[in-house]
Design a protein around this ligand. Structure first.
Ligand SMILES: [Zn+2]
Ligand SMILES: [Zn+2]
Length: 378
């Protein structure tokens, strides 16, 4: 099914075949690219995007009917049909026919009129085609130690990714040279074509609407301004990031096209568990074993934190499971350390300890179990 994107995409270039390629050639080109780019064989996230593009190109060009439609759209777009002129009415020197009058008016009869009307009414086609395009977002992931996630850190990731060419810094021009003003459109990025009574402005085919052309291309990137290679990217991890959250690095994704901004890099974070500490939102939690005498009589115990130990006062008569708060020892500036008191029952007693406990039992009140009987009659 024809879609708006067909206007903007060069399926032949994506598959690397000429426009008169046979069905066999198209199949061969597709199989080769699919082998190269399939996500199962190629971990590069950019390859996955290309794989999708290649699959789409193949699905259209391999289908005789779809290919014919696509070719006709491309033919119209290439100037013979004056497709750039959505805003044609206002362009200088022309009869001023609005595009909608030609194809898109309500109730127009079927065939190509409807198809093109739909394509354009979808909106944005003209803007996207003639102007800059934002690069794709890229995705990767990192694993952080527990403490680094709590306190924030700066880390480096290595990834194979497209990005600005280091040699020409994205201009596409050989160092020491600069892109020159496009002679065909005089730097406007638009050319006007007269078609009998109509006049259309369309993106300059010479400079693809950018207004400049690279006459002396950078050898490193072949004039595209972008190269794909192993890159080291510095990631600043904010304090308190949680397992499964993502960090967005604006502008570190794939470079834009025709002067468009780069996409973003989304870094998904996994946080390693800690043998002692855990998280409760911005609070850090820890469990601390306390003996029965300490819980009963009160005590001062040393409690570890992510920034060295603190002394915690256990109040007299603290029951097991009680949570005590150490201010400011959670996520910096945001949370506390929550200490859960675990009152320990000894698994084995020395003779001396047993004797002392028997003395204690004789002196202390027995556990109050009166409620059990009161509430159940048992
Ligand atoms: Zn370059
Ligand atoms: Zn131009």
């Amino acid at each position: 099914m024809a879609s708006q994107e067909w206007l903007e995409k060069d399926f032949y270039a994506i598959l690397g075949v000429p426009q008169d390629a046979s069905k066999k050639d198209i199949e061969r080109a597709y199989r080769k690219l699919a082998r190269e780019l399939h996500p199962d064989h190629n971990p590069d996230p950019a390859a996955e995007n290309r794989f999708k593009g290649v699959s789409e190109a193949y699905s259209v060009l391999h289908d005789d009917k779809a290919r014919k439609e696509y070719d006709q759209i491309q033919l119209m777009k290439s100037g013979r049909g004056g497709f750039g002129g959505m805003h044609g009415g206002g362009m200088p020197g022309g009869g001023g026919v609005n595009f909608e009058d030609l194809f898109g008016s309500p109730g127009a009869s079927g065939g190509f009129g409807d198809l093109f009307g739909d394509l354009f009414r979808g909106g944005g086609a003209h803007r996207r085609r003639s102007g800059a395009q934002r690069g794709n977002d890229l995705r990767t992931h990192i694993t952080l130690d527990f403490a680094d996630a709590v306190k924030g850190t700066t880390t480096e990731i290595r990834m194979r990714a497209p990005g600005e060419c280091d040699t020409c810094h994205g201009s596409g021009a050989k160092p020491g040279t600069a892109p020159s003003t496009c002679a065909r459109c005089g730097g406007r990025g638009l050319v006007t074509e007269n078609q009998g009574a109509f006049s259309f402005a369309q993106p300059c085919p010479e400079c693809e609407g950018t207004g400049t052309v690279v006459t002396d291309p950078c050898v490193e990137c072949g004039g595209t301004g972008a190269t794909t290679k192993d890159r080291i990217i510095t990631v600043r991890v904010p304090v308190g990031i949680g397992d499964g959250q993502s960090i967005r690095l604006a502008g570190r994704g794939a470079p834009g096209e025709r002067g468009g901004p780069a996409g973003d890099l989304l870094v998904k974070v996994a946080v390693r568990t800690h043998p002692l500490f855990a998280r409760d939102g911005d609070n850090v939690t820890v469990r601390v074993p306390v003996s029965f005498p300490e819980a009963a009589m009160g005590a001062k115990v040393k409690v570890p934190t992510l920034d060295g130990p603190v002394t915690l006062r256990i109040p007299e008569g603290t029951p097991t499971g009680r949570v005590l708060r150490v201010k400011g020892r959670g996520v910096p500036g945001k949370g506390d350390l929550l200490v859960t008191v675990d009152v320990e029952v000894p698994q084995a007693l020395s003779a001396e300890a047993r004797e002392a406990l028997e003395k204690y039992a004789a002196a202390a009140p027995a556990a109050d179990r009166s409620k059990l009987e009161e509430l159940t009659g048992q």
